[in-house]
Design a protein around this ligand. Structure first.
Ligand code: NI
Length: 169
């Protein structure tokens, strides 16, 4: 089932999530829905709060559905190692239409659990490293705009307030 993506302004996006404890059928259904919703929105990552669920799980596919091996479920993920730096434009499905340059590590190693609850470690480079950081931020209740300069962030917030008033957000 495709869920509507929760947009900036909903407090769930800025609330830290709870650990995944059960890797049961409900959890599998949630993951399937998250992949479906992410592909429908043409995103490369989606965190549970973005579909209104306060659980510590994110799905990632930096191949946009082209490579089945790129499909990742990261439950209870933690960043355990970072190296280098990259500075690229970043966006978020919860902030459609807004982008900004965010500095992230070039290499990021995470430890997480897969859909079955099995622990794994994975090293990402470039876009995948960025996705790891962006999605784990979501699980901590942090949005990419909090990494922007205050001026840029305030411009975005002001535009969103205007759009809300006009019923466009
Ligand atoms: Ni996002």
């Amino acid at each position: 089932m495709i869920h509507p993506i929760v947009k900036y302004g909903d407090p769930i996006l800025e609330t830290p999530t709870k650990s995944v404890e059960k890797f049961d059928d409900d959890f599998q259904a949630l993951i399937a829905d998250m992949f479906e919703s992410m592909y429908a929105a043409q995103g490369v990552g989606l965190a549970a709060p973005q579909v209104g669920i306060g659980l510590r799980v994110t799905v990632i596919d930096v191949s946009n559905g082209k490579n089945p091996e790129a499909k990742l479920v990261c439950a209870n993920p933690k960043i355990i190692y970072t190296e280098g730096e990259q500075r690229e434009e970043e966006g978020c499905l919860s902030l459609p239409g807004f982008r900004g340059y965010v500095a992230r590590p070039q290499y990021v190693t995470i430890r997480a659990q897969d859909a079955a609850g099995k622990e794994f470690e994975m090293k990402g480079e470039g876009l995948l490293a960025r996705a790891f950081c962006h999605e784990i931020d979501h699980l901590d209740g942090v949005l990419f705009i909090s990494h922007l300069g205050m001026l840029k962030r305030d411009i975005i917030k002001r535009k969103i307030r205007k759009m809300k008033k006009a019923g466009e957000w």
